[in-house]
Design a protein around this ligand. Structure first.
Ligand SMILES: *Cc1c(COP(=O)(O)O)cnc(C)c1O
Length: 503
C-alpha cells in the first residue's frame, strides 16, 4: 500500500520558492532597531506617514529566498551560453577582485574631487583605451548600457545638426538591426525608416544611396552585422551618408569580433556605443549591470554630454557644467558619472589582456564561430555563405516537413543543460538560430555543443516530434504561455488587499 504524505513541492535540488511578498508576515524583521520613543521626531516633516509595504522576513528567510532564486538561473559560470549578439564570455575573476578594492568600491559620487583622484584617473585611462581601440577622438562614458548609448549618440547627432541650423527628421536603420536601434531613434523623436539588405546579408548600398537626402539625420548600421557578417561596403556607406549631410551611427555591440584589428574611426563612423559588459567582459544578463560608453568623431565631439574627466595640472577634474566645458554639451544622460564598477572591470580586463591579448581574443572569437559553422553547416541551413565573423547564422529550412520548430529545438537543448542560441533574430531570415560561442569556450565545449545539435537534428529528421513538443521536461517550469506573457504581462505583484498604515 502506498502512503501519501504532504509534499513540499520541491524535487531534489529543484526547490520551489514563493514570491518574497507571499512570505511576508507583518512585524517580522531581519534587523533589530532600537525602539524610538513617540515624541522623538528628529525627522520632522520628512517622517514617513504610511507604512512602506515592504515584506517582513527574518534573515534566514531572506538568505534562503535569494539562494533558491539564484539556483533557477543559468549563467556563463555554469556552462556554455552561445546567445548570439550577447557576447556571453567568461569574466576573469581578477576584474572582480579589482572592482572590490575598497578604495574603488566604497566611493560616493558626491565626495570632493580631491579625494577621488584615483577614480578620475581610472576613468581617464579607460577613455584613452576606448578612443585608441576605436580610433575616435572623444568618448562619453556615462551611458548605462548599449541602448542608452544609442540614445546618447542620436542626441549628440541632433545637437550637432541643430547647431548648424539643420534639424532633420529621419533616421535610417539597416533591416538587420537590433530592435533597440529603431526604438532608440523613435524615442529620440525621429521618424524611422528601414534600409533593405542584399541577398548576401549586407546593407544594400544602392537602396541606401537612393533614400539619402536633406531630411536624413543619421544612418544606423551594425558592423559586424547581426548576420555575423562584416559590412564590406562600410567606407562607401559612410561616404554616401556624409555626402548627404548625415551622420553614421554604428551599433558597436559586436565589437568583440574586430577589437585590435579594425578601428571604426577609420571606417567613417561618427558615433558608436561599446557594450563594456559584452566586449570588455563584465558580468551581464538578467538586465544589468552594464555600461555603454559612446565614442564620437571630431564632428560630434563638442556636443558630447556631461560629465567628463579632463587633466588638470598634475591631477584630474570632472567637467560638470556647460561653462566649465568650453564646448556645447547637450545635457547629461545620468545623475552622476556612469557605471563606475563596470568601468573598473573593463579597464582591468583591457590592461590584463594588453593590446596583443585583445587582438588575440577577437581572432579566437571569430575562429570559434567558424569552427561551429564548419561542424554544423551540412546539417543545419547556413543562411549566408561563410566565413563568418564572431557569430554564425542558421535558419530553419533544415526543419522543413519535420514538424519541429526553432523554438522546440531550443527547448530540447535546455534539457541538456545548455543555454540555447538566440532564436528568431535577426528577423531577415526565417526561424533564425544565431550562435555566438565567444573566444572563451574550449574546443571540447564547442564539440559538445556541436555533437548535441547534430544529435537533435537527427532526431528532428526522424520526426520524433513528440520528444521536441514535450521539451523541456527537467526545468522547474516547462512551456510557458509566451503569447499571454507578451500580450498581458503581469509586471508587478499586487497585494491581495491594500495594506493600511501601521499606526
Ligand atoms: C546587446 C545589443 C544591444 C543593446 O545593448 P544593451 O546593453 O543590452 O542595452 C544593441 N545592439 C546589439 C546588436 C546588441 O547585441
Amino acid at each position: 500500500m502506498t502512503v501519501s504524505f504532504t509534499t513540499t513541492g520541491n524535487r531534489g535540488l529543484d526547490l520551489e520558492e514563493k514570491l518574497i511578498f507571499e512570505q511576508d508576515k507583518a512585524g517580522r524583521t531581519a534587523v533589530d532597531l532600537p525602539d524610538v520613543p513617540a515624541h522623538d521626531n528628529r525627522l520632522g516633516v520628512a517622517k514617513r506617514k504610511k507604512a512602506m509595504g515592504l515584506p517582513g522576513l527574518s534573515e534566514p528567510q531572506v538568505v534562503r529566498h535569494y539562494v533558491r532564486m539564484s539556483r533557477n538561473n543559468y549563467a556563463i559560470d555554469a556552462g556554455i551560453y552561445p546567445l548570439g549578439s550577447c557576447t556571453m564570455k567568461h569574466n576573469p575573476r581578477l576584474n572582480e577582485k579589482m572592482a572590490r578594492t575598497p578604495g574603488l568600491a566604497d566611493l560616493h559620487p558626491l565626495q570632493p574631487q580631491s579625494s577621488v583622484q584615483g577614480a578620475l584617473a581610472l576613468m581617464d585611462e579607460l577613455a584613452h583605451w576606448l578612443m585608441t581601440l576605436t580610433g575616435m577622438p572623444a568618448v562619453a562614458l556615462s551611458p548605462a548600457a548599449g541602448a542608452h548609448g544609442e540614445l546618447t549618440g542620436l542626441m549628440t547627432i541632433r545637437a550637432a545638426l541643430e547647431a548648424r541650423g539643420d534639424a532633420r527628421k529621419v533616421v535610417l536603420v539597416a533591416e538587420s538591426a537590433h530592435g533597440t536601434n529603431p526604438a532608440s531613434a523613435h524615442m529620440c523623436g525621429y521618424e524611422v525608416e528601414s534600409v533593405p539588405g542584399t541577398e548576401g546579408g549586407r546593407v544594400d548600398l544602392a537602396a541606401l544611396k537612393k533614400r539619402l537626402g536633406p531630411d536624413v539625420a543619421a544612418f544606423m548600421i551594425t558592423n559586424p552585422n547581426t548576420c555575423g557578417l562584416f559590412e564590406d561596403d562600410i567606407v562607401a556607406i559612410s561616404a554616401a551618408v556624409h555626402d548627404a549631410g548625415g551622420f553614421v551611427y554604428c551599433d558597436g555591440a559586436n565589437f568583440n569580433a574586430i577589437v585590435g584589428r579594425v578601428r571604426p574611426g577609420d571606417l567613417g563612423v561618427d558615433a558608436m556605443h561599446l557594450n563594456l559588459h559584452k566586449t570588455f567582459s563584465t558580468p551581464h544578463g538578467g538586465g544589468g549591470p552594464g555600461a555603454g560608453p559612446v565614442v564620437l568623431s571630431k564632428a560630434l565631439a563638442a556636443f558630447a554630454p556631461l560629465p567628463f574627466v579632463v587633466k588638470d595640472g598634475d591631477g584630474f577634474r570632472l567637467v560638470e557644467t556647460e561653462e566649465q566645458s568650453g564646448a556645447q554639451p547637450y545635457g547629461r544622460m545620468k545623475g552622476f558619472n556612469g557605471q563606475f564598477g563596470v568601468f573598473v572591470r573593463a579597464l582591468s580586463y583591457m590592461m590584463s589582456m594588453g593590446s596583443d591579448g585583445l587582438r588575440q581574443a577577437s581572432a579566437d572569437a571569430v575562429l570559434n564561430a567558424n569552427y561551429l559553422r564548419e561542424r554544423l553547416q551540412n546539417a543545419l541551413s547556413l543562411s549566408y555563405p561563410g566565413p563568418c565573423m564572431h557569430e554564425v547564422l542558421f535558419d530553419d529550412r533544415f526543419l522543413a516537413e519535420t514538424g519541429v520548430t526553432t523554438l522546440d529545438f531550443a527547448k530540447a537543448m535546455i534539457d541538456e543543460g545548455v543555454h540555447p542560441m538566440t532564436m528568431y533574430f535577426p528577423l531577415i531570415v526565417h526561424g533564425a538560430f544565431l550562435i555566438e560561442p565567444t573566444e572563451t569556450e574550449s574546443r571540447a565545449s564547442l564539440d559538445q555543443l556541436a555533437d548535441l545539435m547534430l544529435g537533435l537534428v537527427a532526431k528532428a529528421k526522424a520526426k520524433e516530434v513528440e520528444f521536441f513538443k514535450a521539451s523541456p521536461t527537467l526545468t522547474p517550469r516547462r512551456r510557458l504561455d509566451e503569447t499571454r506573457a507578451a500580450r498581458s504581462p503581469v509586471l508587478r505583484w499586487s497585494p491581495p488587499a491594500p495594506k493600511l498604515a501601521a499606526e
